[in-house]
Structure formats: structure tokens, C-alpha cells
Design a protein around this ligand. Structure first.
Ligand SMILES: [Zn+2]
Ligand SMILES: [Zn+2]
Length: 159
């Protein structure tokens, strides 16, 4: 039961993100610098969201929490927003800068301002919850974004 609820919730989230995406995405928006001025904030655990999300939508908060709980998956998925130039090595870095041994973590607000980052994370998490393998998701994301007019991907190690 719990899985079904989670699935339908994520599907809804996906729809919201996809519709947000179709209203934007011009060349100019993609070209604006993705990393300058990014805010970083530390909290005690993945269940403790950073203050920069306070004014954001519930969907955004849900996605950030889902990302924090999907580290293994998203560290294997590249980001195509151009953030590799700023030292990101995977889509995970667009949301979370660092995990500490005591369970605390440093969140990054980059993805709140970046549709490609949000779309890639949401799609990956949805497909993973559908049972798709990390390798298949990687292949799917690479194919989709290499066909589009996107910057170079982050240097994410092969799966
Ligand atoms: Zn980005
Ligand atoms: Zn990114």
C-alpha cells in the first residue's frame, strides 16, 4: 500500500515538474549562469530541510527530501544544466553539496533555480521507484539530454 501511495505522489510531482518545464526552457534561461550565488546550508539530518526551502512549494520540498534519500542513484546520474563547470560531478551535487559522517549534510539551493536539475532528479527517482535499474536510468537520461540542446554533462563515473 505504502508503495502505491508513494508512486502516485511521485507521478503527480512529475506532472507538476513537466508542466513547469514546458513554460520555460528558452536558450537564454539555460544560458544564465547556474551556480553563481548558490546558497549552502547545513542541517542535522536528511529529515531536516534547509531554510532556503521554507518559501518553496511542497513539491520542491518533497523532491529535495527524495533526492537526499537517493544518494546512490543520483550520484550515478549526470546533470546536463552546465553545472559541471562549477565542480558538480553528478545530479546529486545540484541538491546536496556534502554528507558528513555524523549524518548532517550541506544542502545546495542550486536546483531550486534550475529546471534541468529538477527534471533529471524527478525522472530518475520516478523510474527507480518503478523498478528500473540505475544503469537503465542512466542510459535513458543520457539519451534524452544528448538529443536536446544542452551543455556538456557533469563528469559522472560510468555505472
Ligand atoms: Zn542546474
Ligand atoms: Zn545540475
Amino acid at each position: 500500500m505504502k508503495k502505491i501511495v508513494m508512486f502516485s505522489f511521485i507521478s503527480m510531482l512529475m506532472l507538476v515538474l513537466v508542466s513547469a518545464c514546458s513554460s520555460g526552457g528558452s536558450q537564454d534561461e539555460r544560458a544564465s549562469e547556474p551556480s553563481t550565488g548558490d546558497v549552502r546550508e547545513t542541517t542535522a539530518s536528511v529529515n531536516d530541510l534547509p531554510g532556503f526551502l521554507d518559501a518553496k512549494s511542497d513539491d520542491m520540498k518533497t523532491l529535495y527530501t527524495a533526492v537526499a534519500k537517493s544518494q546512490d542513484l543520483l550520484e550515478s546520474i549526470p546533470c546536463y544544466c552546465g553545472c559541471g563547470e562549477f565542480g558538480h560531478t553528478s545530479n546529486y551535487d545540484c541538491f546536496i553539496n556534502q554528507n558528513n559522517e555524523d549524518g548532517s549534510l550541506v544542502w545546495d539551493d542550486h536546483a531550486t533555480k534550475c529546471q534541468a536539475c529538477l527534471d533529471i532528479a524527478a525522472e530518475s527517482i520516478v523510474e527507480f521507484s518503478n523498478g528500473k535499474s540505475v544503469k537503465d536510468i542512466r542510459t535513458m537520461i543520457d539519451k534524452k539530454y544528448q538529443e536536446g540542446d544542452y551543455p556538456e554533462p557533469t563528469p559522472t563515473p560510468d555505472v
